[in-house]
Write a protein of this length. Structure first.
Lengths: 220, 243, 216
């Protein structure tokens, strides 16, 4: 069987695809902010908090990191309505993604905080700095620098993983693929184009993070 | 014909020239001590002799075989040229016996039993026969370096290179390694040593080569060169290391 | 037909987990074969080989697993290659996994000091012999903890095979949820089963890592 590759119909549907790109970007951006907030809070709790709080955070992190994102998403979107909590797809998606990313971010931030040698902290205290000052002037910068690369690659993975939200009918980039596919029946071309777009987004994010890293940690 | 012939070799890392037109001939059975400040190019020259570092000009040959010729089988050449490193570089996952027999078994296709006999023999020569089945991590630095020497000896090389083999050791451990070097020298091995041990160079070196800024600055019979250095650079160097 | 979510459904879900494990095993085998080739190519002295594999890894790590899954399952039949869900999933996971496993193993290989290669070369060992006798035995210890961690990622990722209709744990969960109208109970059960498979591996990976740190 001969099959001529043909992309014209797919590019004709550029509006659906652009919508998808924008939704994926929005989803990723919201998730990164939310995940980072949760991650920083939980990491702080795990490093500096009381024992019971540490245990709660540990349970959260382990449960999320040892179950699939897709199941977490289904649980929130299909499961929560059993308790009368009905969320629209986008809200459910953002909640699931933030909870998911938060767990990974927690571990990365914690590792970053612990990468600062104890002797540095002790030196700060011995100079008479308060706990907050030690954090502000001694711990924060090297910790941020240590955690940044891992955080950046986790964020890129997250952006790619947002594609699963198409499974609860959120109209992201991957969902756009199925719309175009149902109009053109050109699956091979559709998924190739979508794949290339994701690749472009991944490169853009990597470039952005590399730029931030350079501006914040190398150039100064 | 000399066993090792170095003719006008030059080498650069990027824009930094580390060897400038270096020539040196070493006869069979000679023990040559190469001295000089760090960064003078002495270790680099040593590593060029067994092809670990490529050279950009000149030529090196060992027993008539050109090192810097693409047609030369470097693997074969390296079986004839032993090298012992400053940091021992024993294989941490292998026992002493396996460290020594690996190359004889894999490269020379010796039978395991025969290779183990060789291992026992070379370990006896460095005074560590009882450590045959120990692991490197169970040995002191001095013992590890003696095993590294034994590992080289097991290949029955024609010439042995020693790259600051006592520099990584605590002072109280250098003696045992120097003693092993002495006995290897007495057996008639051709040796080139990059070293800071002036006493050793004087007693056992048939020749001393002083390197300075990538060149051979002064050379000659060991006792004479060390007792009466001619150039101010060597005088400065010697007074710095001896005091 | 609406039925209740009972013990029998839980047992069905647990039974479906065997397909998750089977898919994980197939995907791991595929990832390991390709990943080993990638890792070796990435450290080879032949520059074009390094560039090509680096590009492969960049592309695969820059696209979602779902795209690979759909491209292979829905796309290949159109150009005349028919695939069933199992084959499609195994191939997609192998392509995707190999890029990650390849990088993990490359990291383990280059964690071994350059002086170990030199010591091998100085004794007359060939490049292959240096790898086989000196480098690989040492890097395996380094590679095992992250490889176990990779296995956990793989188990979780196999849930995406549900989207092409392969009946493994997540798909069985979807079917059960549709039949019982008890999605919360069903997906909690599914999550618990995943947790039971992944958590012990996560802990194992961590203890291996700690042991490695102590040994250093």
């Amino acid at each position: 069987m001969k099959y001529g590759l043909q992309f014209r119909d797919i590019f004709a549907a550029w509006e659906s695809i652009l919508d998808g790109v924008l939704t994926t970007l929005l989803l990723s951006a919201c998730t990164m902010v939310g995940g980072l907030v949760i991650g920083v809070a939980c990491a702080a709790a795990k490093v500096y908090g009381p024992g019971w709080l540490k245990r709660i955070v540990t349970v959260y992190v382990e449960v999320i990191r040892n179950t699939p994102l897709l199941v977490q998403l289904f649980l929130i979107f299909f499961g929560l309505p059993s308790f009368g909590l009905r969320l629209d797809g986008l809200t459910a998606a953002i909640i699931a993604l933030v909870i998911n990313l938060g767990a990974y971010t927690t571990e990365i931030v914690r590792a970053g905080l612990e990468a600062v040698p104890k002797a540095q902290v002790e030196a700060g205290h011995s100079l008479g700095l308060s706990g907050l000052q030690v954090f502000r002037y001694i711990v924060m910068f090297p910790a941020l620098k240590a955690m940044f690369p891992a955080l950046a690659s986790q964020f890129v993975l997250l952006m790619l993983a947002t594609s699963v939200v198409s499974q609860i009918s959120v109209q992201d980039l991957f969902h756009a693929a199925s719309i175009v596919q149902s109009r053109t029946f050109r699956d091979f071309e559709v998924y190739t184009v979508i794949g290339v777009l994701y690749l472009g987004l991944a490169f853009a994010f990597r470039g952005l993070f590399a730029g931030i890293y350079y501006m914040a940690f190398v150039r100064r | 014909m000399s066993l090792v012939e170095i003719h006008g070799i030059s080498k650069s890392y990027g824009t930094v020239q580390v060897l400038k037109d270096v020539s040196l001939d070493i006869a069979k059975g000679e023990v040559v001590a190469v001295i000089g400040r760090s960064g003078s190019g002495k270790s680099t020259m040593l590593r060029c002799i067994n092809g670990l570092e490529p050279i950009q000009a000149g030529s090196i040959s060992v027993d008539g075989v050109k090192v810097n010729d693409p047609r030369t089988n470097l693997r074969k050449l390296r079986q004839e040229v032993g090298i012992v490193f400053q940091s021992f570089n024993l294989f941490p996952h292998l026992s002493v016996s396996d460290n020594i027999t690996l190359a004889p078994r894999v490269v020379k296709k010796q039978a395991p039993d025969a290779a183990r006999e060789v291992a026992r023999e070379v370990l006896r020569r460095v005074g560590l026969e009882e450590k045959l089945d120990a692991f490197p991590s169970q040995l002191s630095g001095g013992q590890q370096q003696r095993v590294a020497i034994a590992r080289s000896l097991a290949m029955r090389p024609k010439v042995m290179l020693f790259d600051e083999v006592t520099s990584a050791l605590d002072p109280e451990l250098t003696g045992e390694v120097l003693k092993v070097l002495e006995s290897v020298a007495k057996e008639g091995m051709t040796m080139i040593l990059v070293t800071h041990e002036m006493g050793f160079a004087r007693r056992f070196g048939s020749r001393v080569v002083f390197m300075h800024e990538g060149r051979i600055h002064e050379e000659g019979q060991a006792a004479a060169v060390l007792a009466e250095p001619k150039t101010p650079e060597l005088q400065t160097f010697l007074s710095a290391v001896l005091h | 037909m609406i039925r209740t979510f009972g013990t029998i459904d839980v047992l069905y879900l647990i039974a479906a987990a065997r397909w998750t494990l089977a898919l994980t095993a197939a995907a791991f085998a595929g990832s390991a074969v390709i990943g080993l080739i990638l890792a070796l190519a990435r450290i080879s002295p032949i520059a074009p080989l390094r560039w090509f594999t680096a590009a492969y890894i960049h592309v695969v790590q820059g696209t979602p697993l779902l795209v690979w899954l759909f491209l292979i399952f829905f796309g290949l039949p159109l150009i005349g290659i028919s695939v069933n869900p199992w084959l499609a999933a195994a191939v997609a996971f192998s392509i995707y996994g190999s890029a990650f496993l390849g990088e993990i193993w490359r990291g383990a290989l280059i964690s071994i000091a350059k002086t170990q290669w030199e010591a091998g070369a100085s004794l007359g060992l060939s490049l292959y012999e240096q790898l086989r006798h000196v480098i690989v035995p040492q890097s395996i210890r380094v590679a095992i903890p992250p490889t176990v961690g990779f296995l956990v990622q793989l188990i979780k990722n196999t849930s995406l095979a549900a989207t092409i209709g392969l009946v493994e744990l997540t798909r069985e969960g979807q079917l059960t949820a549709a039949g019982t109208y008890k999605p919360f109970a069903v997906y909690i059960t599914v999550a618990c089963i995943y947790f039971a498979m992944c958590f012990p591996l996560t802990q194992w990976s961590r203890s291996l890592e700690r042991r490695l740190d102590v040994a250093r």
